[in-house]
Write a protein that binds this ligand. Structure first.
Ligand code: HEC
Length: 162
């Protein structure tokens, strides 16, 4: 078991504070995510979101006939959007490793949160539209999700790739 798992086990057993007081484990304030792991984790999550989006786009374009799967992919994106804020703790920018997350994220945190909320709203809308099964409507809302949801954030907060 890793340290974190061990700590949460201790916490659930209600003995963490006692051990912390004796100096056997660090106080909880110090139990933060490792910044390099944080970067790798959020990049994996973004890749997962990108995977869902790729599948949605193919169905929306009619490359495959699986329009009945769009709602599931959209809900998955929506689900993943719920925790995005916590993948960007202060100190997990370029000072912590190779990342395309720009410093402006932490300078304009409120705007960044709005961008995350927009991803939630647009993916929820797509899930709803997709339940209707109309491919044209799905394609339109997929465009909205891509432009407002993904693009709306990447344009300002992610380093451009050449
Ligand atoms: C609130 C901001 C935000 C939203 C919304 C957002 N992204 Fe991202 N995305 C980022 C940031 C910041 C990075 C760079 C992460 C890093 O390198 O640490 C990123 C990285 C990525 C990557 C590259 C991951 C890698 O390192 O290989 C992909 C793919 C991606 N996003 C897809 C999407 C798609 C698709 C959507 C919409 C469905 C989306 N993102 C919505 C902020 C966002």
């Amino acid at each position: 078991m890793n340290t974190r798992g061990f700590r949460s086990l201790l916490a659930s057993a209600g003995i963490g504070a006692t051990l912390a007081a004796t100096g056997l484990i660090a106080p909880y304030a110090a139990a933060q995510e490792d910044p390099a792991a944080m970067i790798a984790y959020r990049q994996s999550t973004m890749k997962a979101i990108g995977g869902h989006m790729g599948a949605i786009a193919m169905a929306a374009k009619g490359d495959v006939t699986f329009t009945d799967e769009v709602a599931g992919h959209a809900r998955a994106i929506n689900q993943l959007s719920q925790n995005l804020t916590r993948y960007f703790p202060a100190g997990s920018g370029k000072e912590a490793g190779e990342t395309a997350a720009l410093p402006v994220i932490w300078e304009k945190w409120t705007e960044f949160e709005v961008a995350i909320k927009t991803l939630g709203t647009e993916s929820a809308k797509l899930a709803e539209v997709a339940e209707g099964g109309d491919r044209t409507a799905i394609a339109v809302q997929t465009g909205e999700l891509g432009n407002k949801g993904c693009g709306g954030c990447h344009k300002t907060f992610r380093e451009k790739k050449n």
